[in-house]
Design a protein around this ligand. Structure first.
Ligand SMILES: [Fe+2]
Length: 336
């Protein structure tokens, strides 16, 4: 895991970039609409105003793949200005508060890695999602859960349109609830195991959140995909895995054994990352998996609160699943 810390001068420069984007969005009247095309269009150019040392670091991370993730520190979150942790991601309009400044910081940094995008079935297609415990979802396997473990997974492993990078910005984490991070090391598997894991002998299912929201929206629910969990070359493959939502044919002992070896390797490589307010964890969704340890929800306005964003290196791949070329929202029912 790499670390990058903004100097005080660089933090000021990042703040200026955020302020510049905010005023641009105000002029476009696009600030309230987080999935709107105006907001989306402004990001790539605005991201170039981030500190150069940070941009160089992000570019090296993207192009040279030195690690499965990194933590970016140095951004300031003033807790008193934040307001209580919301009870649900679906909040009344106009109640975002100053969290929006942090959202802008998150999408700016993310935009230096590629294009941020959203799923129609995740938090109503919002480009930035709120992660906090939601009452009644304690035992689910989704962003609102708390009592259940979030098993190791690549974000949206079931879909070829999954993000290349996942960004998690911490706004509040009084109880130091850890995010789990586990880089994949292909050398930890035999050539034969890598070959088996690359064959379409695995079924990756979408999580219930996608299915439930697709039904609500009248969209075709995404279907489980029969696929390999490794792809992109024999010697240094990438990974599309979900400990909870992957299945093999019960008769296929070879596929199950290889999957067990992969799971074991990932479990051995995992570490707990308890993010502090202002820290941003970026995970390479092709080279590392993530999860979350269980924790008791408080529901007192002081719960752990993260902002999440997904980034793709190639927005064109999802063109058939987006309503128009300038839209960042992938319609899950068309994602195929
Ligand atoms: Fe996730």
């Amino acid at each position: 895991m790499l670390h990058f810390t903004l100097s005080p001068e660089e933090r000021d420069q990042a703040r200026a970039a955020v302020a510049g984007l905010a005023s641009e969005l105000d002029e476009l009247d696009a600030r309230a609409d987080r999935s709107g095309t105006g907001f989306f269009r402004a990001l790539p150019v605005a991201a170039r105003r981030l500190p150069e040392r940070l941009l160089r670091f992000l570019e090296a991370f993207r192009r040279e793949e030195p690690a499965g993730g990194f933590v970016l520190s140095g951004w300031t979150v003033v807790d008193d200005e934040l307001g209580p942790t919301p009870a649900h991601w679906r909040r009344p309009a106009g109640t975002a508060g100053t969290a929006s400044v942090h959202e802008l910081y998150l999408v700016l940094v993310a935009s230096a890695l590629g294009d941020v995008f959203a799923w129609s079935t995740v938090q109503d297609g919002s480009l930035v999602q709120d992660l906090m415990p939601v009452r009644g979802e304690e035992w689910e396997k989704n962003a609102g859960s708390s009592a259940s473990v979030l098993d190791l997974h690549n974000e949206d492993a079931f879909s070829a349109l999954r993000c290349d990078y996942l960004g998690l910005l911490c706004l509040r984490n009084d109880d130091r609830v850890p995010t789990v991070y586990a880089p994949f090391d292909p050398a930890g598997l035999s050539r034969e195991q890598r070959r088996i894991l690359s064959e379409p002998r695995y079924l990756l299912a979408p999580d219930e959140e996608h299915l439930r929201r697709a039904a609500e929206r009248g969209e075709e629910p995404p279907a489980p995909t029969r696929t390999g969990v490794l792809f992109g070359g024999d010697s240094a493959p990438y990974l599309a895995f979900d400990e909870y939502f992957v299945e093999t044919d019960p008769e296929d002992a070879e596929a199950r054994a290889a999957l067990a070896a992969l799971t074991d390797q990932l479990r051995r490589s995992r570490s707990d990352v308890a993010l502090a307010p202002g820290e941003l964890l970026i995970v390479d969704n092709y080279r590392a998996v993530h999860g979350r340890q269980p924790f008791p929800a408080r529901y007192d306005g002081r719960d752990r609160w993260l902002k999440r964003v997904g980034v793709t290196r190639d927005l064109r791949r999802s063109r058939a699943a987006r309503a128009d070329v300038g839209s960042p929202v992938v319609l899950t029912g068309l994602a195929g």
